[in-house]
Every structure is written in C-alpha cells, then in structure tokens.
Write a protein that binds this ligand. Structure first.
Ligand SMILES: [Zn+2]
Ligand SMILES: [Zn+2]
Length: 155
C-alpha cells in the first residue's frame, strides 16, 4: 500500500511512495528559496527505491552546489514542477521529495528546520520544532529506525 501519492502541476508525472519518510526538512537555504520561489522548501527524504513513478518520466538538470558535487533536480518537462532532488554529495541512495507535490499534503509529518541562518526575518519556526542554523548531525536527529534504513542504502 502506498503511504504517499503525488504529482506535478499538469499531471503528466505522478508517483507513489510505499513508506514513511526518513526525515522531513524545511530548508531555508538560499538555493531552496530560489528553486521554489518561496521562503523555504519542504523535502521528505526517502530511499530512492521507495519512490515509484506511476506516469510520465521526470527529466533532470544538474546544478552546482556548495559541496562541489551536483544537486540534481527532477522535474516535469511539460510544466516544470520540481518533484524531487538528488544530492550527489550524499553517499546514500536517497531522494528529497517536494512536500507540496503530494496529493494530500496534510499527511506531511512536521519538519526539522534547517539553514535557518538564511531564513526570512518574518518567519519563526514553532517553539516545539527542531531548528538548526545550518545542517545537523544525522545521528543526533534521526530516529533509530531511520538510521537503520539509511545504512541499508549506503552507496
Ligand atoms: Zn507536469
Ligand atoms: Zn536547501
């Protein structure tokens, strides 16, 4: 059974995901602001093998990133909606799926806020949320079950 379904704006590309996310990020970095045209991106992190394209096929573009390794963005070639990203600096087969492309975005778990040092001044993460000025130590933040799942998809 699919935990999540989603699609691009025109519907040419749709997808299903058969498990819960490893972690969810609200990323306030300037690259995510530019890519989304918004104050932050919401990314649900999954094993790449958990994300199945059910119609169409996304194209990808490789962007430079501060890591020196490409940030590959997958998008619908018809409507240009960004669907997910692969960060080639990350030594795991994982994808960052854009939360706003879910059919039922109310199912999104609460995010960990990252790169808040470049967040909009008018935005304040909820008191109860975990928030970090940059990135964080994965071992300190991810649930044990997610760490186990991550180790299974090490490159
Ligand atoms: Zn589309
Ligand atoms: Zn970002």
């Amino acid at each position: 059974m699919s935990e999540y379904k989603g699609r691009c704006a025109c519907g040419a590309v749709s997808y299903e995901i058969d498990r819960t996310p490893l972690i969810v990020h609200a990323c306030h970095c300037s690259d995510c602001q530019r890519l989304t045209g918004s104050a932050f991106a919401i990314n649900l992190v999954f094993e790449a093998k958990a994300v199945t394209t059910t119609s169409g096929a996304p194209e990808s573009v490789k962007l430079d990133s501060p890591s020196g390794h490409p940030h590959e963005v997958f998008l619908c070639k018809a409507c240009s909606t960004n669907l997910w990203s692969k960060y080639h600096a990350v030594p795991y087969e994982i994808l960052y799926v854009r939360g706003g492309t879910l059919d039922d975005s109310s199912k999104m778990p609460r995010p960990v806020h990252i790169f808040t040092r470049s967040k909009q001044a008018w935005f304040k993460p909820p008191e109860s949320a975990r928030a970090f000025p940059g990135f964080y130590e994965v071992e300190d933040v991810w649930p044990a079950e997610s760490l186990e799942r991550l180790n299974e998809v090490a490159v």
